[in-house]
Design a protein around this ligand. Structure first.
Ligand SMILES: Nc1ncnc2c1ncn2[C@@H]1O[C@H](COP(=O)(O)OP(=O)(O)OP(=O)(O)O)[C@@H](O)[C@H]1O
Length: 570
């Protein structure tokens, strides 16, 4: 993680130095002045990229956070607070944080259009408030002073560039941290994120808080840039237009934020020169955003996809790593790893599970099979905490799981995989493994991926096929080495040879990693290869349980599961 972050940060810093040198060295003061505006808009877009691009929440009040930052700088200026503009800007960012958290609270329950309405309403309310407050010092003609060292247009460009680069580098590191991965995971599937022990509430609130902080900084930078401000600088329309640009360019990427800044600043300039109405810009941004939403790809993602294609053509596979580097086995309690007693689940009138008893002995792989609709996934949902309610009891060893939310059960040591792909495609393979399994060393990540035939850690998930994503899902839960692993049809999409190899790997899990496994599968070869005991469900009831060789030969099992008539089966 750190190596990739350092590499990306160096690219940002070098690009900033080169571009900064070219802009200040070759362009006139007027263009440098405009370029500063690009950077400040870029900072605002970075803040939006975090909350909307990374975490997938619609935030239409970003300029209100910027307004809080700007007004704070104005007040600190007239109060002649110590520290100068740089300190005031940071304080302006901090002042926006409580507001960001307050706006983030509805996001815990609301999504999509409902969240959009809430944030837009806030932007409208903030418009009204700001319209009644002139910028501090404006009536007395007091301007926000720039720092002495950065007083000229070129100097202030460098000042804004430093802020842009520091934020871009910080976001690079954050993006590759567990918190950053949890934002992407929440955006893709809140349930899958919770299954990795991620607190969805924490992920959403932290995204709003950090995003408001960065937006506040952009407002403070604008105060120093223009000296004094008006409410229109932070209007609801500004927030809307910024959102459209962020969606179009992919503002969660450093280059996307800069391209967005360029469009926002240069479009009005071009339209002005050609004597065209300014509204054309907003129409084009809306069209661009619609295009990005309908293709599912922003401008930055298109650019990165093409770059990746080029790189993949050039790089060979990274080679294999040693099995000795696999994460060390964890000793869990002996006895029964999971005890499920009289588990009953109803979906309205459908009785999905009817008084199911199932025990997984510690250090074993148990199978759970049954025809479609027998209740297998419902069983996994109940144990992993994804059902609103059930009857009966579920004990992890001697600890009851009742009353624990899904992410707490995951942290308590019950982890699951999913039948459908729920891995955020924006992550890399290594980033996903770290999200799922926490702090693994570089060799551990590589060894774990090799062990389950997954691609190397730098591979973007978007470039991985569906079958391999399932293996990656399995690698994530196995690497976290919980007491109990629930695997929901991991072999779907695998060839026969791959399935047999996977069966061998699953059978090795208890001895190698210390976890006990419940395997839900339709592939009987895999069940025979991996499981020491098997339970058969039919219409939500247990109809047989015992060693696979015995159970799979029983007449009721053949009839129910394999669809063979009783007389033929007998
Ligand atoms: N959310 C739901 N609402 C209503 N009924 C549901 C819901 N989820 C599952 N069911 C029903 O509960 C029963 C058990 O479904 P479940 O998905 O657990 O079966 P399964 O054994 O996992 O099937 P498959 O092998 O197809 O995945 C089925 O009759 C199904 O239609």
């Amino acid at each position: 993680m750190t190596r990739a972050s350092i590499r990306a940060s160096l690219v940002i810093i070098i690009a900033a130095i080169v571009l900064g040198g070219v802009i200040t060295g070759l362009l006139s003061s007027y263009w440098v002045f405009l370029a500063t505006s690009v950077l400040i808009t870029g900072v605002a877009l970075q803040s939006l990229g975090l909350v909307a691009g990374r975490t997938g929440m619609i935030a239409l009040c970003q300029m209100s956070f910027a307004g809080v930052g700007a007004w704070t700088v104005g007040y600190l200026n007239i109060a002649e607070a110590p520290g100068g503009l740089a300190t005031w800007i940071l304080l302006g960012g901090l002042a926006a944080v409580p507001l960001g958290v307050a706006i983030g609270l509805p996001a815990l329950r609301l999504r999509g259009i409902n969240l959009a309405i809430i944030t837009l309403s806030f932007a409208a309310a903030f418009d009204v408030i700001l319209a009644t407050m002139t910028f501090p010092g404006q009536t007395a003609f007091i301007q926000v002073p720039r720092p002495e060292l950065f007083d000229s247009d070129e100097g202030y460009f460098a000042f804004a560039l430093i802020f842009y680069v520091v934020i871009a580098v910080a976001l690079e590191f954050l993006a590759r941290s567990r918190l950053g991965a949890s934002w992407l995971a929440v955006r893709h599937s809140e349930r899958a994120a919770a299954a990795h022990g991620v607190s969805v509430a924490k992920a959403k609130l932290s995204a709003f808080a950090i995003s408001a902080f960065i937006a506040g900084i952009s407002g403070g930078l604008l105060a120093g840039y223009l000296g004094t401000l008006v409410a229109e600088n932070f209007s609801m329309m500004q927030s809307l237009s910024l959102y459209a640009v962020a969606v179009m360019t992919g503002a969660h990427f450093a280059e996307g934020a800069i391209i967005g800044g360029l469009l926002v600043v240069m479009f009005p300039e071009i339209l002005r020169r050609f004597d065209l109405p300014q509204d054309i810009g907003n129409v084009l941004f809306a069209l661009g955003a619609t295009q990005a939403l309908s293709t599912g790809e922003t401008m930055s993602e298109t650019y990165r996809r093409l770059l990746r294609k080029l790189r993949l053509q050039r790089t060979a596979d990274g080679g294999t790593s040693s099995e000795r580097a696999l994460p060390a086995r964890i000793e869990h309690a002996r006895g029964a790893a999971l005890v499920v007693d009289k588990l009953t689940v109803r979906y309205g009138t459908v009785l999905a599970l009817d008084s199911v008893d199932l025990t997984i002995p510690a250090g074993s792989v148990a199978g759970l099979i049954g025809p479609n609709g027998a209740g297998k996934s419902t069983f996994i949902d109940a144990v992993s905490g994804f059902l609103a309610g059930y009857e009966g009891s579920i004990m992890l060893g001697t600890t009851p799981l009742e009353g624990k939310a899904a992410h707490l059960r995951a942290r308590t040591s019950v982890r699951r995989t999913w039948q459908t792909n729920r891995i955020a495609p924006e992550l890399t393979v290594g980033g996903y493994l770290r999200l799922a399994a926490g702090n693994l060393s570089e060799p551990e990540v590589r060894a774990m991926l090799d062990w389950l035939d997954c691609p190397n850690p730098e591979t973007p998930v978007v470039a991985v096929d569906a079958g391999t994503r399932r293996l990656l899902d399995v690698a994530g839960v196995v690497a976290s080495r919980p007491a109990v692993i629930l695997l929901d049809e991991p072999a779907a999409g695998q060839s026969h040879e791959e399935t047999l190899r996977l069966g061998k790997r699953i059978a090795e899990i208890p001895a190698r990693f210390g976890s006990s496994v419940l395997l839900v599968e339709h592939d009987m070869d895999l069940v025979r290869a991996a499981c020491s005991q098997v339970t058969v469900l039919d219409f939500g009831r247990v109809i047989a349980s015992g060693p696979p060789a015995v159970v799979l030969d029983q007449v009721p099992v053949k009839r129910a599961y394999l669809g063979i008539e009783e007389s033929v089966a007998a």
